[in-house]
Design a protein around this ligand. Structure first.
Ligand code: DHB
Ligand code: FE
Length: 291
């Protein structure tokens, strides 16, 4: 049994359990270190340290404060909350820098809860959900095209999101493995259709180290309700993004700073009277050719 299976098996939705799952997930998918040349490591490490030194000087940081920082940094690792911390407070700037040259659909942070390999449909799909899945039904349709307007049949639209209680399958207990996670391959005209339920606003775990920081600083722990997506097609750049719902009280103060005006949905009452429907079209930049 892997540590991931184990944490899934005996968890409650605690920060430590969510953090352990997020840490394992990160190790499995992304932990291979980039081959960064020593000069670049030196520059980046030195500048981060200089920023820390400048903050200490500017604010006359005391030994008690320095030791509180040490204790907190130790506990972030013990709680497995480095993925959460970095995705909430750092990733949005990495995304900004790396997508600055794009002309197509806006991306935003991936966050810690993506799992590759979700069940896949063609053209239209209904995400796996429990028989009594709470939440407003949501029909999500759209097309995938290239920046020149050409439809991209065969494009893959992956989607994952929290349930109506704000929990993600595989990171909270007692939720079926692929609940509210799926993928759909776009039709001949680049269109796709996904049936799901509207997610709830999401609160980052408050009982661990990230929560301790939020509490100590008097911040809040909320992200607005959001759908996560990855949209990719052959010869095109993968877009990792999120879509948001108008009127959410946290659209303007997302703890993860990941909301952009282009990512706001415009849901309408569903034609069949059951829930909401929404259209969002994706435009992909061509892959950059190397050399
Ligand atoms: C976190 C959770 C999310 O669902 C998300 O989109 C971004 C960050 C987090 O807990 O770190
Ligand atoms: Fe999320």
């Amino acid at each position: 049994m892997t540590l991931l299976d184990q944490t899934l098996e005996d968890t409650r939705a605690t920060a430590a359990a969510t953090g352990a799952s997020a840490t394992e997930r990160f190790r499995a998918d992304k932990a291979s270190l980039a081959d960064t040349p020593p000069e670049r490591v030196s520059t980046l490490a030195r500048e981060v340290l200089e920023a820390v030194h400048a903050t200490i000087r500017r604010h006359d940081v005391t030994y008690d404060e320095f030791n509180a920082l040490k204790a907190w940094l130790i506990s972030v690792g013990e709680d497995g909350e480095w993925p959460l911390f970095l995705d909430v407070w750092v990733e949005h700037v990495v995304e900004e820098v790396n997508s600055a040259q794009r002309a197509g659909s806006k991306g935003t942070i991936e966050g810690p809860f993506y799992v590759p390999g979700a069940p896949r449909g063609t053209g239209s799909t209904t995400l796996s959900m429990r028989a009594d899945e709470p939440g407003t039904p949501l029909l999500f349709t759209g097309t995938v095209t290239s920046v020149d307007g050409t439809p991209l049949p065969g494009a893959l639209v992956e989607i994952w999101h929290a349930d109506a209680d704000g929990f993600y399958s595989q990171f909270a207990p007692d939720i079926p493995e692929w609940n509210l996670r799926g993928a759909v391959v776009a039709d001949e005209d680049g269109s796709f259709s996904i049936r799901t339920v509207q997610p709830a606003p999401y609160q980052i775990p408050t009982d661990g180290s990230c929560g301790k920081l939020i509490h100590a600083a008097g911040w809040h722990s909320w992200r607005p309700a959001h759908l996560h997506l990855k949209v990719g097609a052959e010869g095109h750049q993968l877009v990792t993004t999120q879509l948001y719902f108008p009127g959410d009280p946290h659209n303007d103060d997302d703890v993860a700073s990941a909301v952009k005006p282009e990512l706001m949905l415009d849901p309408r009452p569903a034609e069949d009277g059951d829930g909401a429907e929404v259209v969002y079209d994706f435009v992909l930049d061509r892959a950059t050719t190397e050399g």
